[in-house]
Design a protein around this ligand. Sequence first.
Ligand SMILES: Nc1ncnc2c1ncn2[C@@H]1O[C@H](COP(=O)(O)OP(=O)(O)OP(=O)(O)O)[C@@H](O)[C@H]1O
Ligand SMILES: [Mg+2]
Length: 315
Amino acid sequence: MSELLKVEDVKKYFPRGNKILKAVDGVSFTLRSAETLGLVGESGSGKSTLGRTILRLHEPDAGRVVFDGEELSSLNKEELRIKRRHMQIIFQDPLASLNPQMSIGQAIEDPLVIHGISSARERKERVAELLKIVDISPEFINSFPYEFSGGQQQRIGIARALALNPKFIVCDEPVSALDVSIQAQVIALLLELRERFNLSYLFIAHDLGVIKYISDRIAVMYQGQIVQIGPKEEVFKNPAHPYTQALISSVPKIPWNGKPTRHYKTLKGEVPSPIDLPPGCRFCSRCPIPLPICGEIAPEGKEISTGHWVACHRS
Ligand SMILES: Nc1ncnc2c1ncn2[C@@H]1O[C@H](COP(=O)(O)OP(=O)(O)OP(=O)(O)O)[C@@H](O)[C@H]1O
Ligand SMILES: [Mg+2]
């Protein structure tokens, strides 16, 4: 599998009053063609900001993003627009991401129009084909988003994302708002599409249940940084970072796949303010096993097995 995406030391800061909120603070990883990297971490850890910054929906404050052999910051507006065809995003709330005034046919056709693709007739054919791909009957082409269920709306969002034959899709919590039984169907569809179209996903979620199912590799994010990243089996076999351990011992209150729940093990200690981060390890205040050095020096990433990195002084 060849390398499709290379993210190098990317930072995205937001001004907050007279302070700086380090939403993404030095993230690096690579993604191969047809590979899924699951990105997990609690609310506010910077997952969506990272996804958006990679797609340059946010301008990064530092770092490099190389997609399909080209550094995105070196592209001018027009070149970036063309490149964007191959990089798409699917959101948690499909209804909010679809224009309520557009029929679903128009919504899916829209990217084809924007990118000046083919004749009106060819576009109609492509829309019908896309609806079929996501298992929505083309007879609903003139219906409006609100007429569909949440799962169907997400399928429509997926069809729209697929319209321009992307290579890479940021899936930003695409099933978090759906009923458990529907979640499994949408996940199955995303897996099928990955095989069929050789797609790479950055798949964002709060909990490890869905991530474990869909991902090849897993990245655990805490306060703007990746604290552990590696092949899925390795991360589960050896959750070396105490934050990964806490995530693994927690499960969603409603399990997405109907399996029995384990009890949620809450972390004690205060979450540091993102605009006032401590000098040492950002997880130190909640870590059950801190060392004296953890409060003073931020841990560097260490490779604990092939392609498996952990940023913890205990590793
Ligand atoms: N456009 C923005 N302007 C200012 N601050 C922002 C912006 N987007 C995100 N943030 C802040 O950046 C931090 C990371 O937010 P982000 O939405 O990336 O987290 P997340 O991990 O996706 O959370 P969730 O799981 O709730 O979706 C938060 O403190 C958030 O308030
Ligand atoms: Mg988010």
